[in-house]
Design a protein around this ligand. Structure first.
Ligand SMILES: [Zn+2]
Ligand SMILES: [Zn+2]
Length: 417
């Protein structure tokens, strides 16, 4: 399939003109060989440098786009960090005008960072359907040992070849599906925040992510049979989720309570005693099961009025206890302008029937769990390096890693929190 994204750059029904850097997405068999043609078609005719790692160079043999320069990195110990980017920038020819990433997350982050540094265009060729960040405007770097989100450029086009990404290691697509199923709770959180506080919500953007999500959820069985169409749906959903984030300028449409669970693990929060850090989509998939369970339990309450308590800021002692000396300052700062303070308990109680309707649209936790189970994907905390006895901490503390209004964060307004 080929999607022209210029149709989204018009004045939207929400009253905003969404700025789009990505003008075209092609997800199809043989797409790599057509890359040059597509670039010409959209006016990207400058001098190109393609960045690969040895593996992606080998698996795309015979399909490499004609480029003035090729950089092939050693995947052994390769990270998106200050060393790999300095190396690429040091050998990058000075007159390169377009950088093409051929690979998965790390190659994308290295390339988009360097493209941003050089101020040149960036083209994305994902080789695995693993994560929804291909269209992102930021990159996730490890800078002198610290995880950091840094400014980068969004791709001018995404060209994903089904023949390549549908043959990638199966863990990649499992993780990609986990990042998509996460949208059940992410979208619900966005809608709930909109209902309760009037937070901005664009129906077009919401619809893009929702439609992509439904097609993946309905195609789980086809993934198991290796159907190229089902793989394309996953890649499409991942790319469009990135497009949605680009349209709004933040991760709201794609990230809610389940991503906060993932972030909390990634930060190696001491109270969780994280054994190892699983792949992004593995953590968000598990996070989505947990979120769905908590939300459906809440929805069993008909009238929340007797359970609501006045707002209180996050307890500094609790932050210290869970996050320890290393993280407490960052977490305290994150919660300084707590979005929860904006919630009026009276309005929350009045709107509760509407909130319940939103929750009813999320599949039951067991359903999401069985989708992951069917795929052979990670589904429990113990599958992703966290003890099951840490469940209460995950539910209670994960919303405070990010100052974004989710129903999980709103649990602090209940007397049983
Ligand atoms: Zn809009
Ligand atoms: Zn994600």
């Amino acid at each position: 399939m080929k999607v022209d994204l210029s149709k989204y750059s018009i004045l939207c029904g929400c009253g905003t003109t969404h700025e789009m850097k990505t003008c075209m997405v092609a997800i199809e068999s043989g797409a790599m060989k057509k890359l040059g043609e597509y670039m010409k078609l959209y006016g990207f005719t400058g001098r190109c440098c393609a960045v690969y790692d040895k593996t992606t160079y080998r698996i795309t043999e015979g399909m490499h786009p004609a480029c003035q320069q090729e950089i092939v990195l050693d995947p052994e110990g390769l990270h998106a960090d200050e060393k790999s980017t300095a190396y690429v920038l040091s050998i990058l020819e000075p007159d390169i005008e377009i950088m093409i990433a051929v690979g998965a997350g790390t190659i994308h982050d290295i390339t988009r960072y360097c493209a941003h540094e050089r101020g040149v265009d960036f083209v994305s060729c994902p080789t695995g359907a693993s994560v929804d960040g291909f269209c992102s405007t930021v990159c996730s770097m490890t800078w002198y040992g610290y995880k950091k989100t840094m400014p980068a450029v969004a791709p001018v086009m995404v060209v994903a070849d089904t023949d390549i990404f549908s043959n990638a290691p199966v863990e990649l697509v499992r993780s990609g599906i986990g990042d998509i199923l996460a949208k059940f709770t992410a979208l619900a959180d966005w809608r709930i925040a909109h209902i309760v506080t009037g937070e901005y919500l664009c129906e077009t953007i919401y619809g893009i992510v929702d439609e992509a999500l439904q097609s993946v959820a309905n195609g789980i069985d086809d993934i198991l049979t290796g159907s190229p169409k089902a793989y394309e749906d996953v890649m499409y959903a991942l790319v469009m989720s990135g497009v949605a984030m680009q349209m709004i300028g933040n991760s709201r449409p794609a990230s809610g309570c389940e991503h906060h669970i993932s972030h909390m693990i990634e930060m190696r929060t001491p109270a969780l005693e994280v054994e190892y850090v699983a792949m992004h989509g593995e953590k968000t998939g598990v996070g989505s099961v947990i979120g769905a369970r908590v939300y459906h339990e809440l929805a069993r309450i008909d009238d929340i009025t007797p359970f609501l308590v006045p707002y209180k800021p996050v307890d500094p002692e609790y932050i210290q206890e869970i996050f320890g000396d290393g993280l407490k300052d960052a977490i305290t700062e994150e919660n300084e302008n707590d979005v929860l303070a904006k919630v009026d308990n009276k309005v929350f109680a009045e709107k509760w029937p509407e909130v319940k309707k939103v929750i009813a649209g999320i599949p039951q936790a067991d359903e999401i769990y069985s989708m992951l189970e069917k795929l052979g994907a990670k589904k429990d905390l113990s599958d992703i390096g966290i003890g099951e006895d840490k469940m209460d901490i995950v539910i209670k503390a994960s919303p405070i890693v990010r100052n974004r209004l989710t129903l999980m964060r709103m649990r602090r307004l209940f007397n049983f929190y």
